[in-house]
Design a protein around this ligand. Structure first.
Ligand code: SAM
Length: 266
């Protein structure tokens, strides 16, 4: 059966066996692992994963691909094919701990990543193929132009490791950009834990929404009273004349905890 790739679903299939093997090696998939693959597509990566994982669940949105996946992987009792949208699938229904391995559809890689991180106690590692530029942002350190919302969001929960670059020619059809594989290892013991994680997310979103402005300006959208903003320096040691890109994850936690606490007390 010939299936025409849908651009709207980010269907750039990874066909080069060298890179397929390297992804599964990077994820260190073995017989003891439960693995979740998002977007199996034509099953290229699925084949490698099914050969090594103890259990494999794959979630695919495109209904045209489901019969083909059933045909190939249906006879394997350790593989489960789920026809669902990764943006709404209930990751909470997965029992035990899982490794995620995926060549993500790029048009929704950030929201999927956000959802996976939201269920971080289910996942030990996420080995993901992303647009190279997104992978760089995830692993960026404070101070550079790549460091932003995504860096803080991910590094708050995980330590990122850049694996390797994958050239556009390894895919069919060929995407316009190069890609990169990163492994995010979820932190078991997090050094910095925000008292209110949804407020922490609001703080980093606001801080990077106008990254050229000072924190005093960009954070004004949070609506904190002037007295609270004036007290940040003495309460945390953080100067609001700085820009968001200069703050470490630990400083964002400190800032968020201070603003959150002061808001409640005022
Ligand atoms: N894993 C395959 C490979 O490496 O060749 C395909 C990767 S392709 C970049 C992304 C896959 O994600 C496609 O099969 C696409 O249909 C699927 N997809 C797109 N949006 C999705 C969604 N919301 N939920 C689940 N799968 C989705």
């Amino acid at each position: 059966m010939n299936i025409h790739p849908k651009k709207s679903l980010g269907q750039n299939f990874l066909t080069d066996p060298h890179y397929l093997r390297r992804i599964v090696d990077a994820a260190q998939v073995g017989a003891a692992d439960q693995v979740l693959e998002i977007g199996p597509g034509l099953g290229h990566l699925t084949r490698e994963l099914a050969a090594r994982a103890g259990r494999l669940v794959v979630i695919e949105l495109d209904e045209r691909l489901i019969p083909r996946l059933h045909e190939e992987f249906g006879p394997k009792p350790h593989v489960e094919i789920v026809h669902a949208d990764a943006l709404t699938y209930d990751f909470g229904s997965l029992t035990g701990t899982w490794k995620v391995v995926a060549n993500l559809p790029y048009y929704i890689s950030t929201p999927i990543l956000q959802r996976l991180i939201g269920h971080r106690d289910r996942f030990t590692t996420l080995t993901l193929m992303l647009q190279k530029e997104v992978a760089e942002r995830i692993a960026a350190s404070p101070g550079g132009k790549e460091y932003g919302f995504l860096s803080v969001l991910v590094q708050y929960s995980a330590s990122p490791h850049r694996e390797f670059i994958v050239p556009a020619g390894a895919f069919s059809p060929r995407p316009k950009v190069d890609s990169a594989v990163v492994t995010l290892t979820m932190r078991e013991l997090r050094e910095h834990i925000a008292a209110d994680e949804s407020f922490f997310l609001r703080v980093i979103k606001a801080a990077f929404s106008q990254r050229r402005k000072t924190l005093r300006n960009s954070l004004s959208q949070l609506g904190c009273p002037k007295g609270v903003m004036d007290a940040v320096r003495s309460g945390t040691g953080i100067d609001l004349g700085r820009r968001a890109e200069t703050l470490s994850v630990a400083e964002f936690v400190l800032l968020s905890d201070f603003l959150g606490r002061e808001q409640i007390e005022k």
